[in-house]
Design a protein around this ligand. Structure first.
Ligand code: DX5
Ligand code: ZN
Length: 242
């Protein structure tokens, strides 16, 4: 399926939905992937988050190109593909062809992320750059002008179900306060109804949630609880500023 959105349109759509909860399919039941996707679609989500792990960049293997293609066939939702892989430059085009609408690579995996981000943009996808909890913001400084998304990891990548690391909040705040950064701010790892408020308050616009959504009996309720926690904080910040 060809992508339905241009880059600018998709970015505006994601921003308009902020704070948006993006379910991470990593925590879904792969034996019933289509039903799982329909259930979060019915909950009204704006996009899906797909975690690709290669067993090299992270000590775990999840899924790759054929699963992204399969997901593309059963949904029109934008696919936010998070590449936790070594050599992302060699694979970006194939993930785009498979149906990715945004492709996020890790700064720790690329000697210079800029040509890869540029390539992702030229393929028509939003270009994202992720950084792990121990990686300081200056590591992405030179690449910021090429980022449509900055993904601030709040766990070490590789596994769902980990505890949220507070260091992510400082990075989100610092990025939010920069007038020269127009990238969408995304947070990933340990996001739930308890941590979402702090994330939104710190400036996160896209909240990735795996376990908190798929371990709940009712996905719509789980998503609503996370979003409610985030919206409250976002509105209170706005009110404080007025
Ligand atoms: C971590 C992945 C996350 C993960 C989030 O390596 O990038 O997207 O699936 O899962 P939870 O929400 O369970 O921390
Ligand atoms: Zn992820």
């Amino acid at each position: 399926m060809a992508s339905r959105f241009g880059r600018d349109e998709l970015k505006a759509r994601l921003r308009a939905a902020s704070p948006a909860v993006l379910p991470s399919l990593l925590a879904s039941d792969f034996a019933h992937l289509e039903q799982e996707i329909k259930r979060v679609e019915q909950a009204g989500v704006t996009a899906l988050h797909l975690d690709v792990m290669d067993g090299h960049f992270v000590p775990n293997i999840s899924f790759g190109i054929p699963i992204v293609e399969a997901v593309r066939r059963v949904t029109d939702l934008p696919l936010d593909v998070h590449l936790m892989i070594a050599r992302p430059d060699e694979y970006a085009e194939r993930f785009r062809k498979a149906g990715a609408d945004s492709i996020t690579i890790h700064v720790e995996a690329a000697r210079d992320p800029r040509p890869v981000l540029d390539r992702i943009r030229s393929l028509g996808a939003l270009a994202g750059l992720a950084l792990n909890p121990p990686t300081p913001l200056p590591a992405i400084e030179a690449s910021l002008p090429l980022c449509d998304i900055v993904l601030v990891m709040s766990v070490m990548p590789g596994f769902g179900g980990q505890h949220f690391e507070q260091v992510a909040l400082e990075k989100l705040q610092a990025l939010r306060d920069r007038s020269d950064c127009d990238a969408l701010l995304e947070v990933d790892g340990g996001v739930n109804a308890e941590t979402a408020g702090a994330c939104a308050e710190a400036g996160a616009e896209l909240l990735v949630a795996g376990t908190a959504v798929f371990s709940h009996d009712d996905y719509a309720t789980a998503i609503e609880e996370i979003r409610f926690a985030a919206v409250g904080k976002k509105l209170s910040i706005k009110a404080d500023r007025n």
